[in-house]
Every structure is written in C-alpha cells, then in structure tokens.
Design a protein around this ligand. Structure first.
Ligand code: MOS
Length: 713
C-alpha cells in the first residue's frame, strides 16, 4: 500500500545532485541576456530613455524601449497585469519596466542597465494613507459582500461585543529561485523555459499579447524553485522576454534579479480589517461584522477576498462583510501563501481571542461553542469536517487544558499560550493526466503538472502505485511541459486533489480494462490482448464544466479545510523580543497521501506564519512610494535560529468522499492560516498587551508596554 506511506521525494536526488534544471539554467545557442530598466519614480511620464552610454559598453547589443516593442494585444486573467508596460509613456509605479537591455552576457546586461539614463516627469504619487477607499470591480472571483441577518440591530442589543481594527503589512513571496523566462522563436513557434506554478496559463496570455495562437507556444518548466503564488499568474516579464526575442531575432533570457522580484511579480497587500463580534454572555456569536480594505495598484487590481473567513467559520446567525480597495502608485499585489483566509483569520481569530478574554471563556471553548455544523452562509452540509477532532487532538498534544499548571516565566522570558482555528477554502480546478501501464509491470504518469518543492510528483506516483497495485518503485512521472497531457495548476493547495484525482481515475480505467481482459496479471493480460501497454486519460471535472471552484460550488456540499494551531511564545518585556518555543498544529484536511511531505508542508506553513506574525514587512518609502528594501538583506524572514524543533503536526484520520476522487482536500496553505492570531494571543497571554498590527516587532511591544504603564501610573 503506497498511500499513507512516508515516501521520500522522487525528484529529491536530482535536486541534491544538481541535476534538476530550472528555467534560467537553459541557454540556447545565441541567447541574449536581458536586464530590465525600471522607472525611477512612482508616478509620472517617461520623457526619454538615453541608451547612448549603455550601447558603448562591450557586449551590450540593444536597448529596447516602448518604441521598439510591438503594441500588445489585450490580455485577460490569468494575466496578473492587464496594463502592460513598455506600451506608452505612463509611469504608474516605481520600477515599472521602461527599457530592456540585451547583451551577450548577464554581466554586460547588468552594466548596460546601470548606464541607461531615464528622464521622466514626476507627479506626486498616491502614497499609503492618502488613498480613498473604493469598491472592487465586479465580478469578483471571491469576496462578494454578504449581508445576512439584521447585524446593526443585533449589535444594539448584544450582551457582549468586541470591536477592533487589525492591520497587516505588505510582504513579498521571495521564492528562492527568482522568476525567469528564456524565450526562443523558431519557425514562428515560441519555446519558453519558464519558472511557473501553472504553465498552461502562459500560452493563453503570451499569445494574446503577441497575436499568436496558444498552440504555437511551448512551455517547458520541470522544476520551480518555490512560488508561494508569485509564479501562479502570468507576469509582464514573461511577455517581455518573448517580445524581446521576437524583436531581437535571437533567444532572450530574462532572469529577474532579487530587486526585480519586489516590483515584477506581486506580493501580499497591506490590509486593514475592522471586525466586530456580538455574542451572548455564554459566548455564542450572534453577529459578525467584517470590513476589509487591501492596498492595490492604480491601473491593475488585486482584491484580497479575506471576508471568506467570516462567512464560513462560525455558526453566527448574522454576518456582514464588506471589501474595499485602496489604490496606490505601487505595483499590483497577487495571491500569496496563504491568501484569502490567511488575512481574514488574522482579524477574525484575533477578535475571537479578545472575546474569549472579555467573557472569561477559554479560547478553545469559545470556538467549540460556535462550531458550525453546516456552512453558515449557504447552510450546505460539509463534504467532511473533523475540526472537533482536530481541536481535541491538538489540545491534547499541546497540553492546552493543563497549561495553567506550567511555569509562566523562564528567566527573562514571560511565557504565553495562544491558539486559533485554521481554515482555507478547498480550491479545485479541472485536472487531467495520462497513465501508461506497460507489460513489464511499470507505469508512467504523463501530466503537465509542476514541481514547486511540495512533493507533488511523489504524491502522484503514490496515487498511481496504490490504484494500480504496483510498488512505488515501478511508477514514474514526467511533468512540466505543455506538450504533455494537460493537468491542473499548482496553486491554491489544489494539485493533489485535482490532478491526483485525474491520475486515480485514469488508473481505475486501466484496472477496468484489465479486468475485461481477464485479470490483473498485467503481463498476461496485455500479452493476451497483444498490447505493449495500456493507456488511459483521466479527467477530474467540476460541476457544469466550471474552471474553478473554491468551496464546493455547484455541488450539494460546502468544502473547506480545517485545523487548530497552538503556540507557546516567550516574550522579553525589557527588550521586546518574541520567541517561538513550541507549536502544535492539528488538521482536518481529508485523506493524507504522504505523511512525510504533508508534515513538511504544515511545518513550513507554521514557520511561514511565524514570519508573518513577527518579522515580515515590506515597507513603502513614505515620500517616494517605492519599496524601501529590494533585496533580502533588509527583509527579515525566519531562519533556523528562529524556529524550535518542537513543532508537532497531526492529521485527523479522514476520507472526504466528495471533494476529490481520492478522499483528499487541500493542505499546503492551510497550515499558514491562524498562526498570526495564535501568536498575538500568546503574546497577550504572556504580557497582557494586545498587538493588532503585524508584524509584532520589538518596538511595538516596548511602545505598547510603556503606554500601558503610563496609563496605569
Ligand atoms: Mo498559493 S498563493 O495558491 O501559490
């Protein structure tokens, strides 16, 4: 039995031996290296790009500007940016590409970039805090406003209520491999070696921009060095690489430097959330009011639909949600692990902790008192939900019920405990895969899925091995190429459920054919039928042929993932330091295919959440509006020294019969939700200070404690 076994990565050896090729490892003969020149101001008009000096440098071949570029055709999502750069003289954010240096080497391209002179007219940019709120454009993919019950009337008569505003900083994905595209035209056909989470998105967008047929674009993307959402949609650099290759008549490699990563491929927006909870004296919610604003760009839109959290988590009879945008002169945000409920639960779960404190109810008991037996806003039954078991087992593993008996201090450290609910929608996309069972008893999966470092390939081989009754060693997979059978994207924690289901369905078809041939002795059956192999295509489809479903749409069920996160922190009130001492995450996410890769996903997600809670902040320069730090030397992220060994992960034993063909729901991003709220709750538990503004930096703790003392004194 392969499913449920802790199988190591099938692509692991290729990676640790340096055999795995990433997009920028490809250099076709004649390749020109590209460097983007960014606008120096956040708002204004380009007057002139002076390339004279750059073109005198050895190796610099051309400097392309809007004059050299074709006029792009209109692009639609999955394009992340609809207002494409290098098309006119408008400047809408600092770093917006205004020229591309092409050179014989990357060094020459870099030197050329430094020598290009950009002249522009500067307008006053719209800076953080200066923008006005506006409603997001319709239709929204998620995050529709909800008005259920008479929220205002309930607040007027509520026995208990809390109201607070929660802020979170913008932060960037910063995958280890920066995004990059190598583009080559041959005989009118375009090949792209690309760093992506969904290569099938790329031909759609690049073809629309360049006036091509999607079928004439071939994307090769076997390994992706992390994505976290930054490589999900299609970004301008992918179009620009292809356009530059066409204009130059040579292959072009456009590998973003770390600096570019801050302005070219999105980030999680700054967000402000006002939330109010009304409850009975014994802690049953009677109303939730959740109002959200996220920062976005001037000419492009990203809505962060954090309101989904409040619509779905607790059994409240009245729920009102509102979403707003605040447009600034900055590049456009995009989904980032964990989007949607990640931000939403920061506010909702923090407010739940404040309510628990106000009512003197244990935070876990408050969650249990509001357990939603059906989806609160649709009344649909859950496809499967074992959150109660997750709470219980998480609390047991943590020692939540006996935490009052443990020491409250450790030297200078004040110890605090916090918990929160984790939850994500269960994103599903149509998925496909081809499976070949050969007469030698081996099987091959062909699916244009991706490897972003999560173990997808391993899990897919396990699914096929299980379904076909083969040892895992007999199953292999080819992936990362648009010439292969189309699969589903690798984002939204959806790949295992979608493409994994397609693989299982293909295997089941093969099994049925073998049965028809007289049995599961593969060799004998295939020989009898005079076949070298048996091939089947599996298709995982959504109701009504939908291209996306977040929450079981179109089915009789609401589908979500769940969990509980418990953290112990130490806070040093003299220095304002916060340290993670231990954590327990327990999850209800359907069947777990590979406990090793699944544990790794959730551990990484908790670390990611710790970064959001206490470290990560991308700051806009207050006068110019550009990102202050465009490298990793000024961006704090968790490192080994920040993370204790004592992180326990538990999955409730579960099989979801409705969400996929293999009993699974999504897991990857679930673990990153709720961590920030649990940490803030633990900080409050440790020192009695409520921080509502992420990240919880030492300065905020010191300032908060000193104003508390001032108020008390
Ligand atoms: Mo994740 S933001 O769906 O890659």
């Amino acid at each position: 039995m392969s499913i449920g076994t802790a199988v190591s990565r099938v692509e692991g050896q290729a990676k640790v031996t340096g055999q795995a090729k990433f997009a920028a490892d490809n250099t076709p003969p004649g390749t020109l290296h590209a460097a983007l020149v960014g606008a120096p101001v956040a708002s204004g008009r380009l007057i002139d790009v002076d390339a004279t000096a750059a073109l005198t440098l050895p190796g610099v071949v051309r400097v392309l500007t809007a004059h050299d570029m074709p006029r792009f055709g209109a692009v639609q999502p999955p394009a992340a940016v609809l207002a494409l750069p290098l098309q006119n003289d408008a400047i809408r954010y600092e770093g917006e590409p205004v020229a591309i240096v092409l050179a014989e080497s990357i060094e020459a391209a870099e030197a050329g970039r430094d020598a290009v002179l950009v002249r522009c007219e500067r307008d006053d940019p719209i800076l953080p805090g200066a923008a006005t709120r506006e409603p997001p454009p319709e239709p929204r993919m998620l995050g529709d406003d909800l008005e259920m019950g008479d929220v205002d009337a309930i607040f007027g008569t509520a026995q208990a209520s809390v109201a607070a505003t929660y802020i979170q900083a913008a932060r960037h994905h910063n995958a280890m491999e920066t995004s990059g595209t190598v583009a080559r035209f041959e005989h009118g056909k375009l090949t792209l070696w690309d760093a992506v989470q969904a290569s099938e998105n790329v031909p759609l967008v690049v073809a629309a921009a360049l006036g091509m047929r999607p079928d004439d674009i071939h994307v090769i993307a076997p390994h992706t060095g992390g994505g976290f959402g930054s490589k999900g949609y299609v970004w301008p650099h992918q179009i620009l690489a292809a356009a530059a290759a066409r204009v130059a008549g040579r292959p072009v490699k456009l590998h973003l430097r770390r600096h570019d990563q801050f302005v070219c491929v999105g980030y999680q927006p700054w967000m402000k959330q006002d939330i109010k909870l009304a409850a009975t004296a014994d802690g049953r919610l009677s109303a939730i009011d959740h109002e959200i604003v996220n920062s976005s760009a001037i000419a492009d839109t990203h809505l962060e639909p954090a309101s989904e959290a409040s619509k779905t988590l607790y059994a409240s009879p009245a729920i009102r949600t509102r979403q707003w945008l605040e447009r600034r002169n900055i590049n456009v945000p995009t989904p980032m692990r964990a989007p949607v409920e990640g931000p939403g639960l920061w506010a909702l779960e923090s407010a739940m902790d404040e309510l628990a404190v106000a009512l003197k109810i244990d935070p876990l008991d408050l969650r249990l008192a509001n357990y939603a037996e059906v989806d609160p806003h649709t009344n649909k039954p859950w496809s499967s939900k074992k959150l109660r078991e997750a709470y219980e087992e998480g609390a047991r593993l943590y020692g939540w019920r006996t935490r009052g008996e443990t020491p409250r201090r450790d030297g200078a450290w004040r110890i605090g405990h916090g918990m929160a609910t984790s939850s994500m929608g269960n994103f599903r996309f149509p998925g496909g895969a081809r499976v070949r069972l050969r007469s030698d008893g081996t099987a091959l999966i062909e699916a244009n899925t991706h490897d972003i470092g999560t173990g997808t390939q391993t899990v897919f081989c396990q699914i096929a091995a299980e379904e076909l009754g083969l040892p895992i060693e007999n199953v292999s997979i080819v992936w990362g190429d648009t010439d292969l059978h189309p699969a589903s994207p690798v984002y939204g924690s959806s790949a295992t459920g979608s493409t994994g289901s397609a693989i299982a369905l293909a295997c089941r078809e093969i099994n049925a054919k073998l049965d028809a041939l007289g049995g599961k002795d593969v060799r004998a059956s295939l020989r009898r039928a005079n076949l070298p192999e048996m091939v089947a295509d599996g298709a995982f489809t959504l109701p009504g042929g939908a291209s996306f479903s977040a929450d079981g749409d179109g089915t009789p069920y609401a589908m979500r993932t769940w969990g509980a996160i418990f953290v112990e922190v130490g806070v040093d009130p003299e220095l304002g330091l916060v340290r993670l001492r231990r954590a327990v995450g327990a999850y209800s996410a359907g069947r777990i295919i590979n406990p090793k890769t699944a544990r790794s996903q959730m551990t990484g997600a908790i670390i990611w959440g710790w970064g959001k809670a206490t470290m990560e902040e991308s700051v806009q320069e207050p006068n110019t509006g550009g990102w202050l730090a465009k490298n990793l030397s000024n961006v704090a992220v968790p490192v080994n020294a920040d993370i204790p060994l004592d992180i326990k992960i538990h999955f409730v034993s579960e099989y979801d019969p409705h969400a996929s063909a293999i009993g699974t729901r999504g897991i990857g991003e679930l673990g990153a939700t709720g961590v920030d709220a649990a940490v803030a709750a633990a900080v409050y538990d440790a020192i009695g200070l409520r921080v509502r503004d992420l990240p919880i930096l030492p300065g905020k703790i010191l300032a908060g404690l000193s104003s508390q003392h001032a108020a008390a004194g």
